[in-house]
Design a protein around this ligand. Structure first.
Ligand code: COA
Ligand code: MG
Length: 290
């Protein structure tokens, strides 16, 4: 199994002010739990949500799910206190919304250091505005705590004055640019959420499209979305069996001093073996979660 692959197929948002949701998340099948202090929490509930998120991290009980706290932007009345509370509790990552430049990432990293955050607490950045997408490269390389980019396409569609079409053609440039950047910077990248949580067919189609673009997973807003997205972002049994055969064919060719192999009449080069090995690692990591 790969030591580095970490499944992030499904990342479920929940308002940190919603005690029932936080409790429920301890038994849900999502890979990531995002405790939100930002847009899902009303101004009056910000302080309660902050304490509840920190307490959830301290108390634990989330098994191998990664816990991420989405803080308010640092230029809001709550942002700095959110970061200090989150950093002290030590989640897997702090998610910063509406990032528009590297200075915001550096500022967050500085506040995390001041609050004594462990070195392994990562920074995840939401890219959801035209300015954010235009500076995504600078953001992605801004700090070595960065671990993941998270798309906020609902905000982007609004700001672009674009239309939210089912095929997401108006977003293709942003999606492609974002995945390209994540790969160049060695980061994971998660697709935006699908708000119509009763429409499972629509969710599935969008998740398949995200996977085709190269996304590692999708952000979600409702538990009913988890199984669909987990299945879309996990390799199928046939794909894994084929990948194992590709790796075996290439390994045998190498042992015989050859640079290429054939499998069922198709050429296998080292790039195919690499893709196949990654797929096997992903399948093993998912299976290890039980
Ligand atoms: N996380 C954890 N549990 C959730 C959940 C979530 N995001 N959304 C719903 N649930 C739970 C409910 O508490 C309920 O549990 P119960 O039946 O055991 O009491 C169950 O799932 C069914 O919920 P349902 O009645 O279908 O939904 P709702 O009408 O209560 O809530 C939303 C709908 C959209 C308000 C809710 O799903 C939500 O708050 N989602 C997250 C919003 C968010 O965080 N947005 C910010 C990022 S875009
Ligand atoms: Mg947003």
């Amino acid at each position: 199994m790969s030591a580095t692959y970490r499944p992030r197929r499904s990342a479920l948002y929940m308002p940190a002010s919603n005690a029932r949701a936080l409790e429920k998340a301890r038994s849900l099948a999502c890979d990531v739990v995002i405790l939100d202090l930002e847009d899902a929490v009303a101004p009056d509930a910000k302080e309660t949500a902050r304490s509840a998120a920190a307490k959830a991290v301290w108390d634990g009980g989330y098994g191998n799910r990664e816990l991420v706290i989405r803080v308010n932007r640092l230029d809001t009345p709550w942002g700095i206190d959110d970061v200090h509370a989150a950093a002290a509790a030590g989640p897997a990552a702090i998610l910063l919304p509406k990032v528009e430049g590297p200075a915001e990432v550096e500022h967050l990293a500085l506040e995390m250091d001041k609050a004594g955050a462990r070195p392994d607490v990562r920074i995840w950045c939401m890219i959801e505005t035209p300015r954010g997408f235009l500076r995504i490269e600078d953001i992605a390389f801004a700090h070595n705590r960065l671990g993941c980019l998270v798309m906020g396409f609902a905000d982007l569609v609004k700001d672009l004055r674009a239309e939210d079409t089912p095929d997401r053609a108006p977003l293709a440039y942003a999606m492609s640019r974002a995945v390209m950047t994540a790969r160049a910077a060695g980061l994971d990248i998660l697709d935006g959420m699908y708000p119509d949580f009763r429409d499972i067919a629509g969710l599935e189609a969008q998740a398949v499209q995200a996977r085709q673009f190269g996304f590692d997973g999708k952000t979600l807003i409702h538990p009913g979305q988890i199984d669909t997205v987990n299945a879309v972002f996990a390799p199928s049994a046939e794909a894994v069996a084929h990948a194992r055969a590709v790796v075996a064919a290439f390994t045998a060719a190498r042992a015989a001093g050859k640079g290429v192999a054939t499998l069922d009449g198709v050429m296998v080069e080292s790039l195919h073996a690499e893709v196949a090995q990654r797929l096997v690692d992903i399948a093993d990591a998912i299976a290890a979660r039980g």
